[in-house]
Structure formats: C-alpha cells, structure tokens
Write a protein that binds this ligand. Structure first.
Ligand SMILES: [Mg+2]
Length: 322
C-alpha cells in the first residue's frame, strides 16, 4: 500500500492495492487514496487518540488452513475488543500482511473481503499499511485507531479497593471453541466455533464504561490473567468468586462433564479468546452498569480466587485445554 518501499513494488502489487485495498478506505480522506507515503489524520480537539495493535501468525494464533476471510475478521475484531475496553470509538486501521508463497490471488481477495465485511459492520476504514512476502507462515498485524473524549479512556490502572468486579458475558467459550475447531470437542450447533472464530467486540458498552467504569481490560488471555493485569496495573488485590462467573449453555454443558467442578470453572476462567470485558466500578456505578458481579477489589496485591466460599489455590487455576 503506501510506504517508503512503494517504489520497489512490482506493477501487479499496485494493481492489487487499487483493486483489493483501496475500496477498504471507503473514500476516507485521511487515507489519501493509498497513493501517498503516509496517512494524514487531523487532530480532533477535545479527543484523545487511542491506538492498539495485535498480530496473528498461522499455526500459532489461528489454525493452519483457516479461511482467510475469517482470519482477517478475527484480526480486526480482536483489535476492536481492545478499543472497546478503553471506551473508545473505532476510527481506522493500518494493516501489515506477510503472504506465504502459496497465498494466491484468491486467498488475498478472501482476506480483503473479510476486512471489507467487518470494516463496514463496525464502521472502520483502512488508512494505510504494507504487504510483503515471506517464506514462512501467513502473518498479519493490524494497528487500530479510535477516539475517546479527552481524559475519558478507561485504563487498567483505575481499580480502587471497594470497587466491584464485573464481566460482560459468558466466560470460557473461546477456549472451548478452539477445542471444537480442532475437533477435540463436539459442537452440534456451531455456537462454540463461532465464538472462537468471530468474537463480538463489546463496543456496545463503551458509553457506560466511559461513564461508570474505574478500570477495564478485554479478555484475550483468559479471565484470571486479564483480571490479574488490572490488579497489577492498579496496584490492588482482586478477589474473584468463580461460582459467580457467567457461563453459556455450552459452557455449562462442558462443565457438567467435568469430575471436579471447581477445577472445571478455573479452567474456563483460564482459557483465552473470550473477548468479553472484565470491568471494575464503585458499587453505585456497578449498579448503573448492571453487569454480573464476580468479585471485589481489595487492598493488597494480586489475584485471589474462591469457589463457593472456599479459597482455590491459584496454581490450580492455570491454563488447561479441554
Ligand atoms: Mg487486550
């Protein structure tokens, strides 16, 4: 696309930019038609620019052979989830893709189609980027920009003792979905695979977060890990009640097959890829948010976990795949 190495590109690469990528700008003036060295984004008085970046590698972050349009959509959605956690309004993105030797035009078209579908659905435009070739696996990274009213971004560092801890939706579906995608778990109606492949970034909560939340993180590494990130950034302790963590019907079904319910719940809270939000707020603000309360913020440091009132050693809560 744009960039200082543009002059080195083969003619068909310019053709691909015009055909595959320029439509993704949807005429945004900041993208300069992908004809310049860079994008130019006017400052917005009264707003802060929120910037996030996620990268994905085939065979590491998504299964080998995953459909390219799904890879593109998940890449965009995981970045949108980070913006959602900050209470930001999505604006536009920069893309870098390294294509392996077997990525023919059909693969590249499908990837661009995925970005087109979700770019339109979530109201974000392509602003620039670069595509290169690699002898290795497909890897792609996306830098997403969003705007938030000045000083209103919700950080991980704002949790205070006495706050309540909430979660925006069911936990554990991402990890169960990966198991389903890899054929290790039955998934009759495809719900779990869908949760893994196309997570729904919780942008719907951004107004409430800006207004009421003291801290927030999206759940990409697992509820326990990401709640722990808030505790670390805020310099507080967090106590989570595993029995209060909401599960989907599919999650409940998986749990019913586990011999040790506490350990099963700890596993669900340790899987990644949920892309729900973990949120802290004062008890009054929590009431306004109206989300399931799963714990409290306390003095001290680090994460503590209990199940039906009994403390659960945190080392038992580590990652274990279904
Ligand atoms: Mg995140």
């Amino acid at each position: 696309m744009s960039g200082p190495d543009g002059a080195d590109k083969a003619p068909d690469e310019f053709e691909q930019i015009a055909r595959l990528y320029r439509p993704l700008t949807r005429g945004a003036p900041e993208a300069l038609g992908l004809l310049d060295d860079a994008a130019v984004i006017p400052a917005r008085p009264g707003f802060d620019l929120v910037v996030t970046k996620d990268a994905m590698v085939e065979g590491v972050h998504f299964p080998v052979g995953e459909a390219p349009d799904l890879v593109a959509r998940k890449l965009l959605r995981t970045n949108l989830s980070d913006l959602a956690a900050k209470g930001a309004d999505p604006f536009g993105y920069f893309l870098a893709v390294a294509w392996p030797p077997d990525a023919d035009l059909a693969v590249r078209e499908a990837f661009a189609r995925g970005l087109d579908v979700d770019g339109a659905a979530f109201g974000v435009v392509l602003l620039g980027g670069d595509t290169v070739s690699t002898p290795g696996p497909l890897s792609a990274s996306l830098t997403l920009l969003g705007w938030v009213p000045q000083g209103r971004a919700v950080l991980r560092s704002g949790a205070r003792p006495g706050d309540l801890v909430m979660v925006s939706g069911p936990i554990g579906d991402g990890g169960l979905g990966l198991a389903a995608v890899e054929g290790r778990l039955a998934d009759g109606d495809g719900y779990l695979k869908g949760r893994y492949r196309l997570p729904g970034p919780r942008l719907d909560l951004r107004d409430g977060l800006r207004r009421w939340a003291s801290a927030c993180a999206d759940i990409s590494d697992g509820l326990l890990a990401d709640a722990g990130h808030i505790a670390t950034a805020s310099g507080v302790g967090i106590q989570l009640h595993l029995d209060r963590v909401p599960l989907s019907a599919a999650g409940e079904g998986w749990l019913a097959d586990q011999r040790d319910v506490a350990r099963g719940r700890a596993a669900l809270a340790s899987f990644g890829d949920d892309y729900e939000l973990v949120i802290t707020a004062s008890p009054q603000a929590a009431k306004a948010l109206g989300l399931p309360v799963i714990g409290v913020v306390e003095e001290g440091r680090g994460l503590r976990v209990d199940f039906d009132g009994a403390p659960l050693p945190i080392e038992r809560a580590g990652w274990s795949h279904p």
